[in-house]
Design a binder for this molecule. Structure first.
Ligand SMILES: [Zn+2]
Length: 394
């Protein structure tokens, strides 16, 4: 179902209160969270019921008094379509209104084949999932994660170092030519950060994610809001300078980037130079896990370089939580252990006093889960920063 209009600010506050309360609450609980009198909520709650976003149920208390009315988010009230494009694979999913990914599918494809091939498959998958679900599953919003800097307001990729053939491509218009729904476009690591912060670390105030995949990306959630930066490049830790090897040539055109030493693509190159045949960062990680000496040595060096870069981010931002995600983690505990050790070695004790460094716990669907959260933000009227016009129409 496509919602007829974004909820007003009071309705948005009600939905946010329900969300924070685990999806449901009594009128008294909602009123307390929103900061208004119980009676003033009646109109908004019945509007939300009419829209099918909220459902009411009555529960008779054990004391046998008046039945308590509970209001819950209607999980099937609307759906979110998500396209999570990675460097070497793309995932598509549909999520319900409580953020559960109810359908998903995966395609192993390099982002470098270009936007049309990747998105043609993704759009067809979304349509297939929609049909399997019936007319009610038409997505209320579609969220797209892309592995490069994204200008969040226009939805365009900005000088992407690894997806040059996406530069200037109007992703929103392309999707809208098949599916009519608002399209939100964000950086893929931002989606991971949103998922992990909201679901795994809801109390975190200064939250940092580093993703170790084909490339290396980073993202920040500060006081529960993603920090995207002036041009969508915030957290791009892969293209900061590495201390280890200043000569390594990066695919962004610079020498000595962290990614040029520790990125998945660089590890593949390093192993191939030493006669070990690998196709992807996953291959490298699996070989290291199996004890291959060359792979293990490359992963160790990479983890140290990433740890040094992370130490600088920790000194600058003093995060309470750092989550490491991405395929390189499949090499085993040595990755996290080495990153953690290097951060403690290179950062001031005060900056690491309360720091938690953990692997991503939400599994391979983490990007879809983050996209679901962002899509629900939109449907609930929480986002005030969305400009959803086509970039070419401006
Ligand atoms: Zn670079």
């Amino acid at each position: 179902m496509v919602l007829p209009a974004l909820p007003g600010s009071r309705s948005a506050a009600i939905l946010e209160a329900l969300r924070a309360n685990g999806g449901s609450g009594t009128r008294t609980e909602i009123a307390r969270a929103v900061g208004v009198a119980r009676a003033t909520l009646i109109e908004e709650l019945s509007e939300l019921e009419e829209l099918g976003i909220v459902v009411q149920s009555s529960v008779v208390t054990s004391a046998g008094g008046r039945p308590a009315h509970t209001f819950s988010i209607n999980s099937s009230g609307a759906s979110v379509g998500i396209i999570d494009v990675g460097g070497s694979r793309t995932r598509v999913g549909m999520a319900n209104l409580v953020g559960e990914v109810v359908q998903e599918s995966l395609l192993h494809v390099s982002v470098e084949v270009g936007p049309e091939d990747v998105l043609n498959w993704a759009v067809a998958e979304l349509q297939r999932m929609q049909e399997a679900f019936g007319p009610q599953s038409e997505p209320g919003v579609i969220v797209v994660g892309l592995p490069g800097p994204v200008d969040f307001t226009t939805g365009s990729v900005v000088r992407p170092p690894m997806m040059r053939n996406w530069q200037g491509f109007d992703v929103r218009r392309f999707i809208n030519s098949s599916i009519k729904a608002p399209v939100i476009i964000d950086n893929d690591v931002n989606l991971i950060a949103i998922a992990e912060q909201r679901i795994s670390y809801p109390r975190s105030q200064v939250f940092l994610v580093i993703k170790l995949g084909t490339g290396i990306g980073g993202a920040l959630v500060i006081h529960e809001r993603p920090l995207r930066g002036a041009n969508g490049a915030a957290g791009d830790i892969g293209h900061t300078q590495s201390i280890e090897n200043r000569e390594a040539m990066c695919r962004c055109g610079q020498d000595g980037c962290v990614e040029a030493v520790a990125g998945g693509w660089a590890l593949v190159q390093q192993l191939e130079k030493q006669g070990v045949r690998v196709d992807s960062v996953t291959d490298v990680a699996k070989l290291a896990k199996a004890g291959n000496v060359i792979a293990l040595s490359a992963v160790r060096t990479a983890s140290k370089v990433i740890g040094q870069a992370a130490a600088q981010a920790v000194s600058l931002l003093n995060p309470d939580t750092l989550v490491i995600a991405g395929e390189l983690l499949e090499a085993g505990d040595i990755v996290i252990a080495s990153i953690r050790e290097t951060i403690y070695q290179y950062s001031l004790p005060l900056a690491t006093h309360d720091l938690t460094v953990k692997p991503s716990a939400l599994g391979p669907l983490v990007g879809l889960k983050g996209g679901a959260q962002l899509g629900i933000d939109y449907l609930f009227g929480r986002v005030d920063f969305l400009q959803l016009s086509s970039t070419n129409e401006k």
